[in-house]
Design a protein around this ligand. Structure first.
Ligand SMILES: [Zn+2]
Length: 241
């Protein structure tokens, strides 16, 4: 859970609340319900907002308050937004250079749920990341980690090829864990080359209980999965056109 989610959890909202960060210039806070789950979308500027601002947001949206209290809470949030107008603008204009997000919820797997699980199991819940499936199935990368300059955390993108019922959960877990490790271990430079998978990285990765099974599964099924999924994708785009 991140800081805002923690603050919201304290108000004990019925059902789950997921916080998603956006760079939307016009709508800096929005809330929508999907089944029992509340999706609370807030602008990136709130990631490192002071405690009182986060608390004001949580109370405004998730508790009943008296009118004068509400007005006071609103002022706190407003003041913070006004003070960050510049950053909101800057993030919007540089949005094209920023990673594109296509949502963490796939047809089969919810990447965010898997990330939260792993984060609690392996890292005491300390790691920060935005999760997204890739736009399309592609042959380039299974997954990627991209750090966000000037911020803690990063963006984990997982190839949409794996959002399929034939892919076992342990495999996705290992895949997400791999990308998370990029957020934990820094790269090393050796003879001018950048080593992203350092020895410490590999050791940690291999110590995971899913490691062997995931490797086996990949060897036995990855190619057929690609073939099947790429065919599906082609059929779907043909149907659309
Ligand atoms: Zn890697």
């Amino acid at each position: 859970m991140d800081r805002l989610e923690e603050m919201i959890a304290r108000t004990q909202p019925p059902g789950g609340v997921r916080v998603e960060y956006t760079r939307n210039r016009r709508v800096v806070i929005s809330l929508r319900k999907r089944n029992e789950q509340i999706e609370f979308r807030v602008h990136e500027i709130f990631r490192c907002a002071p405690r009182e601002v986060l608390e004001a947001i949580a109370r405004t949206y998730f508790t009943r308050t008296r009118r004068d209290t509400r007005r006071r809470l609103n002022q706190t949030v407003r003041a913070y937004i006004n003070a960050n107008e510049g950053r909101i603008e800057e993030m919007a204009t540089s949005a094209r250079r920023r990673p594109l997000l296509y949502g963490y919820r796939g047809d089969v797997y919810d990447l965010r749920a898997i990330f939260d699980e792993l984060n609690a199991e392996f890292f005491g819940g300390r790691l920060r990341a935005t999760l997204t499936w890739s736009k399309q199935i592609n042959r380039r990368k299974l997954g990627t980690w991209r750090g966000i300059p000037g911020q803690d955390g990063g963006v984990i993108r997982i190839n949409r090829v794996f959002d399929d019922p034939s892919v076992p959960r342990f495999y996705i877990r290992q895949l997400v864990l791999h990308e998370m490790l990029h957020g934990v271990f820094s790269n090393e430079r050796r003879n001018g080359r950048i080593i992203r998978h350092t020895r410490a990285f590999r050791e940690f990765e291999r110590s995971s209980p899913m490691y062997e099974a995931a490797k086996q599964w990949e060897e036995n099924h990855l190619n057929t999965l690609y073939q099947k999924r790429i065919k599906q994708q082609r059929q779907r785009s043909r149907m659309r056109s």
